[in-house]
Ligand binder design. Sequence first.
Ligand SMILES: Cc1cc2nc3c(=O)[nH]c(=O)nc-3n(C[C@H](O)[C@H](O)[C@H](O)COP(=O)(O)OP(=O)(O)OC[C@H]3O[C@@H](n4cnc5c(N)ncnc54)[C@H](O)[C@@H]3O)c2cc1C
Length: 404
Amino acid sequence: MKIAINGCGIGGPTLAWWLRRYGHEPVLLEKSPCLRKGGHVIDFWGTGYEIAQKMGLFPHLLDDAYIMERMRSVTASGRTTSSLDVRRFQELTQGRYLSIARSDLSRHIYQACEGMETRFGTSIVGIKDEGDKVHVQLSDDSQEDFDLVVGADGLHSKVRALTFGPQSDFEHHTGFYVAAFDLQGYQPRDELTYVSHTVPGRQISRVALRDDHTLILLVFSKRFVSREPENEAAQKSLLRQVYDDMGWETGAILARMDHAENFYFDRVSQIRMPEWTKGRVALLGDAAACASLLAGEGTGLAMTEAYILAGELQRAAGDHRIAFPAYQARLQDYLVRRQDQALKFAGFFAPKNWFSLFVRDVMTNAASIAFLSKLLLGSSFSTDFELPAYHDESSELHPEMKST
Ligand SMILES: Cc1cc2nc3c(=O)[nH]c(=O)nc-3n(C[C@H](O)[C@H](O)[C@H](O)COP(=O)(O)OP(=O)(O)OC[C@H]3O[C@@H](n4cnc5c(N)ncnc54)[C@H](O)[C@@H]3O)c2cc1C
């Protein structure tokens, strides 16, 4: 089948990889002129980790991955108030946990799709499901027919808007905004350590990466936002305003923001939809069921959805009328649980008041103690979802996977 995938972030190329493996002809369409960079470091474990192994990504992924050691929270004057030994996460996941820049993960998945048809700078602008095929209008004014169309185009999905209705019907704002950018040559550096400074409703953090890069992440409450900024200049100006009196290194970091690479800014929202598919059109990843950065595993969830969607199509011999409902039935409860859990985690990023911040620091310190870490963090890392096997893995292992 010829399948259009709108969006080449994380879920899109993962789906394309599996569809090609099952003998289909995926076509990746990406609005940006090239693979998008930017975003923060992501923690990678659970089913996403397992799928990356199945895809044979590991030897390459490990070149860019980090095994982080510590998470440190500091006051305005730089004094440490809490510290967490994040090697505990390794124990909680039996060593199947790593950290990697979002852009590096996206690049590795895409590189595994080598030779696949990808049209950068092109996106779907019109969809007409004609029953036996989908007639698609593209941004380059061309028109084309596909057997299926998949929206893997993120939180602000165009495929969702064209097929299911406006974003406002499905978006649940968590009450936070996020910004991320990359500084070259920033000092100080604390290797393998997340360093953050939090006051009620606002957090700023930095993590030092290879080649003298430092990734900055800012998460703040919407109570500081009277009107949502519409462009990058307005977003940066809002950040300066919101973080004006934060102390610590905030002034130095924001002074360099204009020269930062790969600026990212968005609402922290969840997408909750009763149906992820309609006729021959399906949604995937953030487009279908964004759990937000509060879940800490948006990339892994998008990869899981991609794996299941491709697998159910394979199992149903390409019949989307069987595969699409099966895809949603397998995943929906699990994703709703992840979304609900994510909302409980909001206080970790930006606690509402000083008391909540104090409690967070006490809990963080406690989580460094072995038996308490399991008690406090165990549920965040429990994998209550088992990946189905859609093919005989023992005989069909990707050659590179055998070495992991
Ligand atoms: C540049 C960038 C930085 C990010 N940084 C962070 C971060 O710091 N923290 C965090 O929690 N989450 C971040 N995210 C979101 C995170 O990547 C997703 O939650 C997760 O990876 C789910 O993957 P996805 O494939 O569903 O969506 P995404 O990874 O968001 O990928 C969607 C892709 O679709 C493309 N696209 C969008 N609209 C269209 C269109 N109309 N037509 C064609 N293509 C389209 C986008 O350019 C993107 O490549 C970021 C996303 C991007 C794109």
